[in-house]
Design a protein around this ligand. Structure first.
Ligand SMILES: [Zn+2]
Length: 81
């Protein structure tokens, strides 16, 4: 008889290839400060494609960063000089 092995195939839970939402939110924050490696970017994009919550988070971060750039007064860099 034929066994339906495919049905028991577990979803990939490889931690190296799948980021969880916490890791993604960290990467999103980091990405605003420095350039990510291609692997980080690739993983980030892969997660954002399927995760609405993280997409929203990324938008908010990008928006805030943009706002700060446009309004230097919001920046907390009074220590310069
Ligand atoms: Zn997520």
């Amino acid at each position: 008889m034929v066994r339906a092995r495919a049905l028991t195939a577990a979803p990939t839970t490889n931690r190296d290839s799948v980021l969880n939402c916490r890791q993604v939110s960290e990467l999103v924050s980091i990405a605003e400060d420095r350039r990510l490696g291609w692997l980080e970017r690739w993983r980030l994009r892969a997660h954002l494609r399927v995760c609405e919550g993280c997409r929203q988070f990324q938008k908010q971060v990008a928006f805030l960063r943009g706002a700060i750039r446009r309004h230097p007064a919001l920046r907390d860099d009074s220590e310069e000089r």
